[in-house]
Write a protein that binds this ligand. Structure first.
Ligand code: ZN
Length: 254
């Protein structure tokens, strides 16, 4: 298992890195694009951790856990239900979600994120599995009231800061049964298992590739387990996925 991230270094440069023994080994490019170690080593504690992803698109999946579909009064779809979040919605670990005045109900959705390592088009599940670079943590922040009133989900899911992701991409980890937990403050809100997905990651990635070509670095968010709920200004949101790490962000009025 190897771990990759993106840091702002003490001198201000931004670099992709590979983690080793609490240090970061600087790469000369994105790891999914063949970035190689430059020989420079930095203590992670001296740097700022940025979101490790830089996708051309973020493809998300709705209602991919039975219990979550049920808690919002929905059936599980017969095929994966796809939507986008714009790359402009990405938020660094440690960042602050900006709650828009247009919504009275912004909610957390803790999700496993899949980062692509190869271009993929019209693939089956085995080819999709081979094209996945690694896994990370995504918070699919959602203005629930606007999701309901708009019908289309673009606004509800697409506000700036509505896609915290990171802090690390883990490569070589089986995601089959990973535990996904989400706290708001000290309150445990979500506690699910990736094993309960209706469509597992390789099937999702293959399905998406039969709609649109996935590029190296693209991010697929795989849906949320049950327990979604509101976040308000001043809250701290913390998501943990076993084997990957913890993603923590704040919230404030926009
Ligand atoms: Zn979601």
């Amino acid at each position: 298992v190897s771990r990759f991230g993106r840091l702002r270094l003490p001198d201000g440069r931004v670099a992709f890195v590979e983690q080793e023994d609490g240090d970061a080994l600087v790469l000369d490019g994105a790891p999914w694009a063949g970035g190689q170690q430059t020989g420079e080593r930095v203590a992670i504690a001296t740097a700022t951790i940025l979101t490790p992803v830089a996708p051309s698109k973020i493809v998300c999946v709705g209602r991919n856990y039975r219990a979550h579909a049920a808690e919002l009064g929905n059936d599980v779809p017969a095929e994966p239900l796809l939507f986008f979040k714009p790359p402009s919605s990405l938020l660094d670990p440690g960042g602050v979600i900006a709650l828009p005045a247009a919504s009275k109900r912004v909610e957390h959705e803790a999700e496993l994120g899949i980062v692509m390592g190869a271009r993929l088009c019209d693939a089956g599940a085995a080819e999709a599995r081979a094209a996945i670079f690694g896994a990370t943590i995504v918070a699919d922040i959602t203005a629930r009231d606007l999701q309901r009133s708009d019908g289309q989900w673009t606004r509800a899911k697409g506000f700036d800061t509505f896609c915290p992701a990171g802090p690390w991409i883990v490569r070589g980890l089986s995601t089959a049964d990973l535990r996904v937990r989400c706290w708001v403050g000290e309150e445990l809100r979500q506690d699910g298992s990736c094993g309960d997905m209706v469509f597992p990651p390789d099937e999702l990635v293959a399905y998406i590739s039969r709609v649109m070509t996935l590029e190296p670095g693209d991010l697929v968010s795989t849906g949320t387990p049950e327990g979604v709920g509101p976040i308000v200004a001043g809250d701290t949101l913390r998501i943990a996925i076993d084997g990957i790490g913890e993603l923590t962000v704040g919230a404030r009025a926009r």
